[in-house]
Write a protein that binds this ligand. Structure first.
Ligand code: SAM
Length: 256
């Protein structure tokens, strides 16, 4: 590790122990939820529903892991698919530069696979018309339906380095079922990222029209999953760095 990276690591630890900073970050996360702050961003023209901090964390993970397949549940407008696909395109470009080969559009093996129960026609059309479309495959259906899980497993069979992102229905039961289905596809050293674990840390009445809330959400699912899956560990260094994140205890690193 170089001196710069060492300084970053030390600062992340110091910041995570800085109560004033941690409380300010949490207050911002809570206060920005109802005004739908996370709905204000886009990636290469497609809306994404994320906090910028988590988008940067994903960028760092993709560079570190260099996945050849990214599996994402929850497509919405397609911004997260486009972001992943664009990062995979950059990895292809870096490979081509390093090996001195000419990059031919469309012949990348790297791919992002998105699953959503309801891919709206206008979103599908925009994603399919996007320059990144050749790296994107979409499957419509519930992410926990056995036939959908089987389709995803079939696709994953052809890949070695796999990153998984879960961002669909945020109830405990649904996310636990997603973890059982998709976390095992995560390659060793890679991550299964579970979004919206932050719901556990929110005021109980903040999502009155949603089936999830404190006690029933992605974080409770992660905790239950980890009781029987020691091959995964929560990478706290990521949430300690971000401070503002919708995925506290949601960055799961596959250790073995
Ligand atoms: C929070 S949005 C996804 C946001 C997206 N990942 C992004 O970063 O922009 C949640 C999506 O999950 C989808 N969804 C809800 N229940 C689902 C299920 N059972 N299976 C698959 N997708 C589901 C919804 O249709 C919605 O598009």
């Amino acid at each position: 590790m170089n001196d710069y990276a060492k300084e970053v690591d030390e600062r992340v630890v110091a910041n995570a122990n800085n109560l004033e900073l941690v409380e300010a970050a949490h207050a911002f996360t809570v206060t920005s939820t109802l005004p739908k702050y996370s709905y204000n961003y886009s990636v290469l023209g497609r809306p994404i529903i994320q906090y910028p901090q988590d988008m940067v964390a994903l960028q760092e993970l993709i560079w570190e892991i260099k996945p050849d397949l990214i599996i994402e549940t929850g497509i919405a407008h397609g911004g997260s698919l486009i972001m992943s696909a664009s990062m995979l395109a950059l990895l292809d470009m870096c490979d081509a530069i390093e090996s001195g080969i000419t990059l031919t559009p469309g012949d990348s093996k790297r791919k992002v696979l998105g699953i959503d129960i309801d891919i709206r026609a206008h979103n599908r059309a925009a994603i399919e018309a996007h320059p990144m479309a050749s790296r994107i495959q979409m499957i419509q259906g519930s992410s926990i339906a056995p036939e959908i899980v089987e389709q995803v497993r079939q696709v994953a069979n052809g890949y070695k380095r796999i990153l998984v992102c879960l961002d669909s229905n945020h109830t405990h039961a649904h996310v636990l079922a997603e973890l059982e289905a998709y976390a095992p596809l995560t390659s060793v050293g890679s991550y299964c990222v579970v979004f919206d674990t932050i719901v556990e840390d929110m005021p109980a009445d903040i999502f009155p029209d949603r089936p999830w809330g404190p006690g029933d959400n992605p974080k409770t699912a992660v905790w239950e999953y980890l009781k029987t899956h020691s091959e995964f560990e929560i990478d706290k260094s990521i949430q300690n760095k971000l401070l503002i994140t919708v995925a506290p205890d949601g960055y799961l690193r596959r250790m073995s």
